[in-house]
Design a protein around this ligand. Structure first.
Ligand code: DX5
Ligand code: ZN
Length: 221
C-alpha cells in the first residue's frame, strides 16, 4: 500500500543538545530537512519534563525556519494551544487519552493557523481516534510509551498503521500518518510498508555516525 505523502523525517529535539538547542535545530536544517519534532512534557501525563513555548519562540528568534511539529504530552493541552501557536508551532498534536474536548481543541488549533494532529499511546486502540479522522491533518501512532527517548520500537503497533492507512484510503482522507518511538532505518522501513509517511527519530538521528546518509535513506523510503 503506497502512502499518499512523500516521506518526511522529523528529528526529535529531545535527543538534541539541550545546552544548545539552536545548534541542534541548525544541524537538522543544514541537512536539507524541513521538520523538527518538539516534545513537550508536563510531568503529569508523562513522568518527565522538557521545555515549553518559550523554547520554540527562542528557536524562531535564533532564525529557525523549520516546520515545528509540536507533540504535546500534556494532561490539559487545551490551555496551551494559543501559547504554542504564538511561539511558532506549525503543527500541534494532542493526545486522545486525557479527558477534554478533543474536537473543539483540534478545531482551535486550525483556527490559529496551525495544522492539527491526534496521538495515541501504545495501549490505546485505533478505534479511539476513528471518530476524528476527518478532522485531522495528522495521526501520530506512538511506538513506545511516551516520556523518554531511546526505548525499543514496539512492532505490535504496526497493525495500527495498517488499519489507519486502510481507513485513510477507503475514506479518501489525506491525513499524514506519523510514527514516534524507537524509529531507525529498519523500523522506519517497516512503518513505511505499513502506511506511515512521517517518521520521528530522536536517538537514531542525533547519534547517527553519518547523519546525511541517514536523512537521505529516509527520503528514499
Ligand atoms: C517520546 C517522544 C519521542 C522521542 C523519541 O515520548 O515522544 O518523540 O523523542 O525518541 P527516540 O527516537 O529516541 O525513540
Ligand atoms: Zn514525540
Amino acid at each position: 500500500m503506497s502512502p499518499p505523502h512523500a516521506p518526511i523525517l522529523a528529528p526529535s529535539l529531545l535527543a538534541g543538545d539541550h545546552a544548545n538547542l539552536a545548534a541542534s535545530a541548525r544541524l537538522v536544517a543544514d541537512l536539507g530537512l524541513t521538520w523538527l519534532h518538539c516534545d513537550i512534557m508536563d510531568g503529569h501525563f508523562v513522568p518527565n519534563l522538557t521545555f515549553g513555548p518559550e523554547t520554540l519562540a527562542a528557536l524562531r528568534r535564533a532564525g529557525s525556519k523549520l516546520f515545528f511539529d509540536t507533540h504535546l504530552m500534556l494532561s490539559a493541552p487545551q490551555y496551551y494551544i494559543e501559547a504554542f501557536a504564538q511561539a511558532g508551532a506549525n503543527l500541534i498534536s494532542i493526545h486522545i487519552e486525557p479527558a477534554f474536548d478533543h474536537a473543539a481543541t483540534l478545531a482551535r488549533i486550525r483556527s490559529l493557523g496551525c495544522l492539527n494532529g491526534l496521538v495515541l499511546n501504545p495501549g490505546t486502540p485505533v478505534s479511539a481516534v476513528e471518530p476524528f479522522l476527518a478532522q485531522v491533518d495528522l495521526i501520530l501512532v506512538m511506538t513506545v510509551q511516551p516520556g523518554f527517548g531511546g526505548q525499543p520500537f514496539r512492532r505490535d503497533m504496526l497493525s495500527k498503521l495498517t488499519q489507519l492507512a486502510t481507513w485513510r484510503r477507503e475514506r479518501s482522507l489525506a491525513f499524514r500518518l506519523e510514527v514516534d518511538g524507537g524509529v531507525d532505518l529498519a523500523t522506519g522501513a517497516n512503518c513505511h510498508a505499513a502506511g506511515a509517511d512521517t517518521f520521528v527519530a530522536g536517538t537514531a538521528f542525533f547519534k547517527a555516525h553519518d547523519q546525511p546518509a541517514f536523512a537521505a535513506a529516509f527520503a528514499r523510503l
